[in-house]
Write a protein that binds this ligand. Sequence first.
Ligand SMILES: C[S@@+](CC[C@H](N)C(=O)[O-])C[C@H]1O[C@@H](n2cnc3c(N)ncnc32)[C@H](O)[C@@H]1O
Length: 222
Amino acid sequence: MTDVHTPMQQSKLQNYNSNRGAAAYRADYQNKLHRKWSDRRERALLSRYFQTIGLVESILDLPCGHGRLSGFLQQRCKRLIEADWSFSMVSLSRKDSSKDAHGHMRCSALEIPLPDRSVEVALSFRLSHHLETQELRERHLRELFRVSNQAVVVTWFSASSLKNRLRQLRTMLTGKKPKNVMVNDRVRAIATELGFRQQAAKPLFLIGSGHVVGLFTRDPAK
Ligand SMILES: C[S@@+](CC[C@H](N)C(=O)[O-])C[C@H]1O[C@@H](n2cnc3c(N)ncnc32)[C@H](O)[C@@H]1O
């Protein structure tokens, strides 16, 4: 796999790919209050979205990280595929998993090694804002829509969020690096182009986070 498949800031990527970094990411969700809050809010939104999606045959969780959402997702499908670029993340998630109907793979979210429409639900949490260019963020999004036969649940960092507006100010004043954002209308336009309808796009929090969690379902006519 070359750098083009993992275009995240190298230091961050090395951290996720190390055993220590993967274990630290998991520990954060067990110990840090803000991580626990966002985990709770993400699960609440996901529960609501799965009322629309229903119980499905298969879900792809990419990137799965250490398998934070795997218990939740296993209850909503017959077959869960957890995938990540980081070997350490995949093996942590594998160690923690119990069910047989649970596959793991190491792959890039920019070139998913699955055929078109091969899973019912494609899910991507907390990757988009790590991808360094607009082209890469859109490529990832397109891959999710390509492999999904029914629904896509995806997070992105919204250009119109308060957190991004404040960052834009800091970028102007202090030269701080801009956030890797997406414009909500552009996300919806890509979904429409690829045969999906936006059902929801809820902010994780209005203050303190710029993440949006979107639900898209395949238009039956397409
Ligand atoms: C912030 S973590 C999110 C993990 C999980 N979705 C969660 O919400 O807990 C970002 C993950 O993206 C993975 N990653 C980074 N670039 C990737 C790529 N191009 N393809 C697949 N996974 C990637 C990292 O290894 C890391 O596990």
